[in-house]
Structures are given as C-alpha cells and as structure tokens.
Design a protein around this ligand. Structure first.
Ligand code: AMP
Ligand code: FE
Ligand code: FE
Ligand code: ZN
Length: 284
C-alpha cells in the first residue's frame, strides 16, 4: 500500500462525476494521494480503466461502488469495497437499479418537458454509453439549455425532490444491500449517514440490523454530515464496534468537493483491506 492521503469515495463519468476514470486517477496523483477508491454509483465499469491509469504512478486504487438503497422514502447510499464484481447477485441487482434509474430519468424529463424545452436526447448527450444515469445528467442538460447556471442551482430548483418533477427509482433495502455486498466478499460502509434532509436518520435498531449482516463502518468525515450527526456517529461506532472513515465524495467539476478534503486513517484502511476478499487493491 502506498503512503499519502487516503480518499475512499470518488465518482467518475461512469456515473455522475465529470472526469473519466483515467482523468480522475491523474487528478488523484497530482493531488498527492496515496490511495483512492473509485466508487461510482451502482457500477463497476470504471475499475479496469482506473487500474490501467494508475499503473506505474505509485497510487493504490481500491475498487469500489456506491450502492443505492431505499429506506422508506429516503435514498440511503452504501459504499462497497473489494467485492467480486462478477458475483451474480451484485451483477443482477446493480443492473436492475441502473435500469430503474434510466426509466426514472426518462419520467423526470417527460415531466420537465411539459414546462421547459428539454428532450431525452439533450440528457443522453450529457452522458456516455452505459453511464449510471442520474439527476446530475439532467442538470447538465438544463445548464446547457440555459435554464439554470450550474448543477447546484438545478438541484435547488427544478430537480429538487419538492420541485414538482421528482420521481423515485427502484433500489433494495439497506439491509439487503449490505448483505449482498458482504456475500460478494465486500466491505460495506454507510455513506454520509447524517446529512440534513427531510428524512429521520436511521435509528439504532436499523443500524443494529446492518451490523448483524456485516456492516464494517460509517463515513464520518464528509462535508454533508452535520456536526450533531457526527457526534451520533461516534457514539454508534463505539456501541456497535464500527470503523469510521473520511472521504471527499469527489465528482470532478460536478460538485465543489475536492480530493482528500476528508481522509481515512491508514489503520482503518488496513482493516478494510484485510476484510475484503472479493477483489484486491491495485497497487500502481
Ligand atoms: P439521483 O441519484 O439521480 O437522485 O441524484 C443524486 C445525485 O446527485 C447524488 O449522487 C449527488 O452526487 C448528486 N448531487 C446531489 N446534489 C447535488 C448538487 N447540489 N450538485 C451536484 N450534484 C449533486
Ligand atoms: Fe453522485
Ligand atoms: Fe452518496
Ligand atoms: Zn458519492
């Protein structure tokens, strides 16, 4: 494993980041990172390109993914590391989620098109083949058409869940999600668990259920976690013996988050690597 900062949450153009896996790896090397995890939403399609780009750079790449799950009305993200990308349940479940996202994006665009001059082709033009589609791609189309100045403005208006055009998409429950990741030899970490939004945070009973199916850790240091929420995460970690991670959730130019603005300790990374048996870190 390489020395240098450890950032375990980033997105490429395989999902809603703006840089290809190659560009993202180059950015990580330039930022002086020792280890980066590529965690595209519901897809492992960027792994090989990221490994190839890291070869000879000294950067370690942890293969990962950010799995979408639904807890009641709330969308809960689970970071998954070092699982077998060919595991049948992982392949089937992520295909089902990506398909659900695709149809849901079409439905959102249909709704928006009633009020704005926006077509499905405008959105497809903002993504490449096989991309995990999401609201960020619709946001990019809205920006290109001049309806909003940037992604954030789109999320605060037209794409907001209360904006009148929002549609949900299929995803498994957090418990099913963690169980599937662990069964595929992976390591599961709850992503940004305490952001401020309309939903009640998951209570201790749910966290216990996740621990029972093998949850490894909680993403503590993330810019969207609230200060009070972080206090609760430390308490939960002690109570359930969970590890704490920190990460940027880098999306290239798609979000203000910068690489290594939050990091994970080498001790926690070592435990995570020891736990993951479905695939291996790529030491570049
Ligand atoms: P979706 O998964 O399609 O519902 O869209 C949610 C995704 O949009 C998240 O994964 C975020 O990365 C991204 N996102 C949320 N808010 C913003 C924002 N203000 N600016 C850019 N991207 C955002
Ligand atoms: Fe995202
Ligand atoms: Fe997320
Ligand atoms: Zn993310």
């Amino acid at each position: 494993m390489s020395d240098g900062p450890i950032d375990l949450h980033t997105h490429s153009s395989v999902s809603d980041g703006t840089e290809t896996p190659t560009q993202l790896v180059r950015a990580a090397v330039e930022a002086g990172l020792g280890t980066v995890a590529l965690t595209d939403h519901d897809s492992t399609a960027g792994w090989h390109e990221a490994f190839a780009a890291a070869a000879g750079t000294g950067l370690t790449v942890i293969p990962g993914m950010e799995l979408s799950t639904n807890w009641g009305p709330a969308s809960v993200h689970v970071l998954a590391y070092l699982f077998d990308p060919n595991n049948g349940d992982i392949v089937a479940e992520t295909a089902r989620i990506r398909d659900g996202r695709l149809h849901r994006a079409e439905q959102i665009v249909e709704r928006i098109a009633a009020d704005y001059d926006l077509t499905w082709d405008d959105v497809l033009a903002e993504s490449s083949d096989g991309t995990t589609l999401g609201r960020p791609h619709i946001a990019d189309a809205l920006v290109r058409k001049g309806f909003v100045p940037n992604r954030t403005a789109a999320f605060e208006s037209i794409l907001h869940w209360r904006g009148g055009y929002y549609v949900k998409y299929y995803a498994p429950s957090p418990v099913e999600g963690v169980r599937t990741i662990v069964a595929a030899g992976g390591v599961a970490v709850l992503a940004h668990p305490v952001t401020s939004n309309k939903y009640r945070p998951m209570d201790d009973t749910v966290i216990r259920q996740l621990v029972d199916v093998g949850l490894f850790g909680l993403e503590l240091d993330h810019r969207d976690n609230t200060v009070e929420g972080k206090v609760r995460l430390r308490t939960l970690a002690k109570k359930f013996g969970l590890e704490l991670t920190g990460s940027s959730d880098y999306h290239g130019e798609g979000k203000p988050n910068r690489l290594a603005e939050n990091t994970t300790s080498p001790e926690v990374l070592a435990k995570l690597v020891a736990r993951g048996t479905g695939s291996a870190p790529f030491v570049g």
